[in-house]
Write a protein of this length. Sequence first.
Length: 244
Amino acid sequence: MCANVIIAEDDEKQAELLRRYLEREGHAVTVVGDGLTALDAVRHREPDLLVLDVMMPRADGLDVVRVLRAECRELPVLMLTARTTEDDLLLGLDLGADDYVTKPYSPRELMARVRTLLRRHRRGTGAAEAGPADAAVLTVGTLMVDPTRHVVAVDGEAVECTPGEFRILAALAAEPDRVFSRQQLLGELHGFDRYISDRTVDVHVMNLRKKIEPAPRRPARLLTVFGVGYKLTDPAKAAARASS
């Protein structure tokens, strides 16, 4: 699974170590040392993966993710951070990063996460290239999720979702009214969750409610099943069942 990878890391020793590990697995690697150069490299090289340090000169990693997602670039982003507070880590995911690794990290773990992200990205790209007939559009009431085109709409209006939000919503929409535990939804996000908190899912759900619910504090579509997890339902059908 050879890929084009950009490493954005201002610590030269860390960048060199990452480059060696990635090249050992057959990847083509470009190293940059600041956020603005990382943005230019992504725009010109169209990489398969961006390994992105949070603390960098000129523009930090969070700003880089914010700009890339605003430009609707879907490349996987693996963030590296020395910040260990949960809120800092969740902020990166909230902005659209796909995964993060905290420093100091195990190179073997890092390579495992790289492989996970690349496999997921290849599957998504393959589905898009196959054409719209190969992936069913998911509908739950007036909510529509198109896995092939990576499109979400509510009442006919397009809704912008981060990659993490989209994966959670697509999993829920594929099986309406099924209750998913947080651990199951973490599996949709990361493939494995050794260092990921359940709050990651809660943050994505909170943000999704702001986008798909008329009243986010009184959700009618994306419901909490207390003590279990979350489910996606059709509000009209739920109202009909309640009145019958």
